[in-house]
Design a protein. Sequence first.
Length: 71
Amino acid sequence: MGQKQSIELLIRGNTYYEHDDFDMAIYSYTEAIKINPTFALAYYYRARAFIMKGDLERAGRDYERVIELIL
């Protein structure tokens, strides 16, 4: 697996997110991160899904990781 699969999982996660299925969105983003631990966009979108579920602590950790990756 590689970059293509992680992008496909990101897109799948975005589709779940758009349909308010935040658990499946988080699952898809997490799978993308497992494939590519430096995929900043997956962390960013997963953080947004965590916010929608009210999990600000985990969202904060993901946003911190995004900052680490882009700096």
